[in-house]
Design a binder for this molecule. Sequence first.
Ligand code: ADP
Ligand code: ZN
Ligand code: MG
Length: 508
Amino acid sequence: MSEPAHEPLNEPLSDTTSAWEPVIGLEVHVELDTETKMFCGCAVSKGDPPNTHTCPVCLAHPGALPVVNERAVEYAARIALALGCTVRPRSIFHRKNYFYPDLPKAYQISQYDEPLAVAGSFDYWVAGELLTCRINRVHMEEDAAKLIHAGGDAGRIAGSEYSLVDFNRGGTPLIEIVGEPDIPSPEAAREFLHQLRNLVIGLGVSECNMEEGQIRWDANISVRPAGSGQLGTRTELKNMNSFRFLQQALEAELPRQIAVLEAGGLIEQETLHFDPETGATTPLRSKEEAHDYRYFPEPDLVPLTVAEAWVDELRRTLPELPAARVERFVAQYGLSRYDATVLAGAGDMARFYEDLVAQGIDPKLAANWVMGEYSAHLNAAGLSPGHGHVTAPRLAALLRLVADGAVSGTAAKQVFALMVEERGEALEIVARHDLAQVSDTGELKAAVAAVLAAHPAQVEQFRAGKEQLAGFFVGQVMKATQGKANPQLVSELVRAALAGREPGSDHV
Ligand code: ADP
Ligand code: ZN
Ligand code: MG
């Protein structure tokens, strides 16, 4: 009899020749951008002075009672539906008990075995390949307060260290998305999170600001012999909020686990800490991590029921999701799937691209520019798509000049840089910096003749049969004209000059 598929595999493995494969599962927390907190009327704080948004409910004064925020349920349901989950007509809240200064009630109101939504899936791309990760559930809870740990001498009162507590964050609506262990590599884990974040932002339910910890996650990882259906024992990296550190941490943990197993050891199920400085994963003291949360149903809240018609309405009004948009970009604009994932993955980038195409710009030309010069500019300037001086209409004006042959592709890059630098318009910059494409045959013929005269050895080689040198001559003429020459015309003139004939003539 074979083992059930979910039984952890934790026998010492002595076969050192077998290849290993990683298995990764993510638990993602997202703070919702509601006006008020999950169970009280306090405003959700956006960088306000500490402890200015508190009340008896979120400070856990005796006798204060929680009331569920309907908008938070709606936002959570939107996320669940976008992940193809079933929103359950009835769910209940539980108390998750633990004692820590960030939690004045000494329990967090969360959901447990009857969550809001279950059984979905998320499609994401890794290097142009579509992967699917099953989603176990989406549940609602409240965020804890924020602890500010004071360090050094300043952090000591009467010789002991102390922390400050800001209760503004306490009670902020939070959802947890629990993914199944379906993610096959650290790179895929990073893509999963990046694209999940784009999905949530596109739903308008959270800005997912990384610095403010509006999206953060735990990463679980195990290894198993490649192709094995079993799951190995996992370790967990807790509370991360950097894509880069996530990938680095998983890439460090992977060889560590393999080395333990290959040495005949066992993986201990534990929580690890990743130190970006040393690149190593080390165990957190596991005693303190061995919680017993003593979950029990929250007696102060009635079960949450949602009407089917309401859920249907939410489903009907979901915006176009990134996965569907990628497919539409492929079909509508003839883009490769890779280009479509870059352009359609995030809502603001997709909007900018479509604004450009709506100005009558060829979709392929627009794609090349948005993914090339324009993205490089956004990165360098720290801007998001559509922001800054170069708006879609301004870039469209430049690309129209390229399409019409008024500016060469090379010169257009210079024009673009000058548009950014001088905050000007394409046409005006082309005129002022003399960057119009030269299609004047007389002028170009002279440039060709000069280049051939300057390279007699290459001309001889060409005539002796080394025809690929034509490209070299064209390049030299482009250089001599600072990229302004019409390259097609130059190519024609170079070949004609080398053959000793008039361009366009059929006689050889
Ligand atoms: P817990 O709630 O105790 O953390 P769960 O079984 O609910 O435990 O799993 C939590 C997360 O761990 C999920 O995201 C799941 O995908 C992941 N996970 C579970 N088993 C494994 C495994 N063997 N390898 C990698 N990830 C795993
Ligand atoms: Zn409050
Ligand atoms: Mg966990």
